[in-house]
Design a protein around this ligand. Sequence first.
Ligand code: NAD
Length: 482
Amino acid sequence: MFIDGRFTGGNASETIRVINPATEEVLGEAPRGTAQDVQAAVAAAKRAFDGWRRTPANERAAALHAVAEKIRAHHDDLVRLLTEEEGKPIPENDEELWWVEETFDYYAELGRHQRGRVIPSGEAGQFNFVIREPYGVVGCIIPWNYPLLLLAWKMAPALAAGNTVVIKPSELTPLSTLKMIEVACDHLPPGVVNVVTGYGPKAGEPLVTHPDVPVIAFTGSLAVGQRIASLAAPMMKKLHLELGGKDPMAIAPDVEMEMAVRGLAYAALINAGQVCTSTERVYVHESIFGQFSEELADFVGKLCLGNGLEEGTDIGPMIRDRFREKVEAQLSEAVAAGARILVGGRRPEHLSRGFFLAPAVVTGVDHSMRLMREETFGPVIPLMPYRDFDEAIALANDTPYGLGASLMTRDARLVKRFFEEVRAGTIWINDPLTDNFAGPFGGMKMSGLGRELGQEGLDEYTDVKHVHWDVEGGVKEYWFPY
Ligand code: NAD
C-alpha cells in the first residue's frame, strides 16, 4: 500500500493473490488492507490537505503535468502489466494509458483556469462572489475493468481542485495502480495520494464511513453503489457514483452494412464486453434483420480470441470464472426460453487455461429474458427486430439504467428523435463508445449520480460558497428595531 508518502504492508496480515486471467497464474500479491490502514491513510490525507489546497494552482498544474510525464516514461511497462492483470489486448491498454496521461494534462490546465465567479451584488455596497472550494479527503473506489483510466478520471480532477485522495483499487487489479503511483507520484507531498489495497467490506467500507472523508467517488456495480449510498446517507456525504448499464443500440434500415456490423462488434466486444457502456441490447429494423444477423455472426466468428499479450488478439479473457459463469447462465436461460445462438457462447477448446468465452451473437430474444434486462458484462450480442422507430425508442428506454445509447443511421430525423427521447447520459450516433475530455460522461436513472470529464468532472470535486461582502461595513436601515 502507499500511505503518507511511503510503501508499506500496513496492518495487513494477509495478502490478495492477483491472477492473470489469460493464464490463471499468480501474477503477484498485494496486502489485504484493514480499517486501521484506512485510518492511517485518511489521517495522512487530512494532514496533507491544508498544504495542498493552499498550493498555488499553477504549482499544482505543474505537479499534475509531471504525473502525466512520468506515466508516459513507463507507458509500455504499465500497458503490459494492465494486460497481464486485467486481460484486454495490448492495443486497448495502450489506449487506456494514453487516456490516463492526457487526463492528468487536461485537469492540470482546467484546474488553474477559474475558481468561481463574481456576480452582481444583492445590496448596495456589497461585493458578491461564488468560490469553489475543495472538500478535503476524497475516497476513490475503483473497479477492475479500466483500473487506471477510471482512477485518473477521479484522481486528476480531485487533485487539481485541491483535494487529497485515498484510493481503494479493485482487489482484482491492485498491481497496476500501485505501479502507477510508484512511478508517477514520488514528487507529490506525502499524504496527497494514498492507496489502500484490499476487499470492499474490509477496506472499502471503512473509507465510506470515515468521518474525515466527505466525498466518495465510486465506479462499480449498482449493488455496491446502493450499499455505499446507504452507508453514506446518514453522514450526508457527497457521492459521485458511476454504476452499471444495459446500453441499447438501434440500427436503422438505411445503414451501410459493414459500418454497422463492425461498429456494433466493437461496441459490444471491446474488453470482452466488460465495459460499463458495452452495447448489450441491439434493435435492428425488421427489413434488414436477416442479412444483418448473418453478416454479424460471420464477422464475430472470425475474431481472434487469445492472450492479450499476443499480436493479433482481438478479444482477451474475462476477468474471472465467476463472471464467465454469470454470462453462461444468462445465455442458457435465454436459450431455454427460445433464443438461438448463431455463433460463439462456448469456452474455446484451443485455450485450455484462462477465463475465455467465444463472443456470441444471439437472436430470438425478448425483454422477459435476463439477457435483455440485467447487466451481462461479457461478450454477447443479442439482436431483436423492431417494426417502427417508436418501438425502437420504447425498447431502448425499457430499462432501469441510463448510461449510454447508440444509433446507426444517416437519417437526421431519426437522430433528433433518438437524442431527445432516449434517457441516457451519453448518446452516440454512428461512432459508439468514443470519449471526449471536454464533455461529461456518466449515467441517468440507476446508472449513477454526477459526471466525470469536462468542466462537470472538475466541479464534482469542489463545493460552492457564496460570499456577501459589504465593503464599507455600515449600519443598515433594515436591521432591528423595526
Ligand atoms: P464492484 O462494484 O464489485 O467493485 C467496485 C469496487 O468497489 C471495488 O474496488 C470493490 O472492492 C469495491 N467494493 C465492493 N464492495 C464494497 C463495499 N461494500 N464498500 C465499499 N467498496 C466496495 O464492481 P466491479 O466488478 O469491480 O466492476 C464492474 C462494475 O462496474 C460493472 O457493474 C460496471 O458496469 C461498473 N462500471 C461502471 C462504469 C461507469 O463509468 N458507469 C465504468 C466501469 C465499470
